[in-house]
Every structure is written in structure tokens, then in C-alpha cells.
Design a protein around this ligand. Structure first.
Ligand SMILES: [Zn+2]
Length: 67
């Protein structure tokens, strides 16, 4: 998992992470049930969303690759 060590918004180094269900955000085919991992900056609240690593193979299979 590659996560920047400092917040891109405020430079803070303290982040909090949790894996969450995406609701209808990732409803496509075999991705149903996939989860996101959210990473939130502890200082400014800037939030980044990642597809949980174990679902990345499905993303590569189901999504179109950008050139
Ligand atoms: Zn921040």
C-alpha cells in the first residue's frame, strides 16, 4: 500500500485508516462486495479513498485501462 507520508493539503503526518463498504460506488460485476480503504488526515480531515488491495486484481480485470 503506497500512501504519502504527509498530507497533500496541510503536510500533517498523522493519518487514520479504515476499510469500509462502498455502497453503490463499486457495483460493477465481480466488484460487488469490494471494499475501500479510506485514509483520513488527522489534522485537516482530507480524505483519500483506495480500493482495498485484495480487490485490485478485479479492478484490472473489470475496468478499462487508461493509456
Ligand atoms: Zn491534512
Amino acid at each position: 500500500m503506497v500512501v504519502a507520508k504527509s498530507c497533500t493539503e496541510c503536510g500533517n503526518n498523522e493519518h487514520f485508516s479504515k476499510e469500509v463498504a462502498p455502497g453503490e460506488l463499486l457495483p460493477v460485476g465481480g466488484l460487488h462486495g469490494a471494499k475501500y480503504r479510506v485514509v483520513v488526515c488527522g489534522a485537516c480531515g482530507f480524505t483519500r479513498w483506495f480500493v482495498a488491495e485484495r480487490f485490485l486484481a478485479l479492478v484490472k480485470e473489470k475496468f478499462e485501462a487508461l493509456q
